[in-house]
Design a protein around this ligand. Structure first.
Ligand SMILES: [Ca+2]
Ligand SMILES: [Ca+2]
Ligand SMILES: [Ca+2]
Ligand SMILES: [Ca+2]
Length: 236
């Protein structure tokens, strides 16, 4: 009986000490909540000119709150925080649903004005014909939403180049709107682009720095969203 109680007590303590981490990415314009997510800083400073230059990108999901995950969070950073005249800062997340390396869906954003602000967020379906752009894009209205911060400084920057502030944009989108039903979601890369058109030329593209390959999310296991998406396990 004493042994039985002891086993029960150990079980109770393990259960009581298991705290489910809360998803801590919020679309609020603050980038501090990305500090413990999966991020890739660009490996070079100023490798592209002007508004073509990216500083890095991050991915996350709400796996900590719900399994399988339902929502992807995507962050993308530009070096420039302003643009001359009617120019725009443009970028897209390129998604490969069927994992043949070609783009099926693009989540794109366009920023401009003075001070620079988000002007457009669009989701496009593509014809699965190109590894670098969204072929034959069709705009669709789905769950995508983005918030920009044009004064990202200090530890919130993904890459410090002894320069001024950066421009970060954080987005959320339902995984089903990225074409997910099972298995992995392959995010080919996130790139700056010539214009808000998703089939315009891509410039500075960010891949998963840990693999040098396209980003991958596994909504069922939380894979590639470590470490914050793991349940916190405390042994007392
Ligand atoms: Ca945030
Ligand atoms: Ca860059
Ligand atoms: Ca900068
Ligand atoms: Ca594809």
């Amino acid at each position: 009986m004493r042994e039985f109680l002891g086993i029960c007590m150990v079980g109770f303590l393990f259960t009581a000490g298991t705290a489910q981490a809360q998803n801590d990415v919020t679309l609020d314009g603050s980038m501090a909540d990305w500090a413990d997510e999966t991020c890739s800083a660009d490996d070079l400073c100023d490798d592209f000119t002007g508004q073509q230059d990216s500083k890095g990108a991050c991915i996350a999901t709400d796996f900590a709150s719900i399994q399988p995950a339902t929502t992807a969070y995507l962050r993308f950073d530009f070096d420039d925080t302003s643009v001359p005249g009617a120019n725009t800062l443009d970028g897209c997340w390129l998604v490969d649903i069927n994992q043949n390396d070609n783009v099926d869906i693009a989540l794109c954003f366009s920023l401009g004005g003075n001070p620079v602000a988000l002007q457009e967020t669009n989701l496009f379906t593509c014809n699965d014909s190109s590894t670098t752009t969204c072929g034959n894009p069709t705009a669709v209205t789905r769950s995508e939403a983005c918030v920009a911060n044009n004064n990202t400084t200090g530890g919130e920057k993904l890459l410090e180049c002894t320069d001024g502030a950066d421009l970060a944009i954080e987005c959320s989108v339902l995984l089903t709107d990225l074409g997910w039903s099972s298995g992995n979601v392959t995010l080919l890369k996130s790139c700056t682009s010539t214009s808000a058109q998703p089939n315009s030329a891509a410039f500075d593209c960010i891949l998963d720095a840990s693999t040098g390959q396209p980003w991958v999310l596994n909504p069922t296991t939380g894979g590639n969203t470590l470490p914050v998406e793991l349940a916190t396990f405390i042994v007392e």
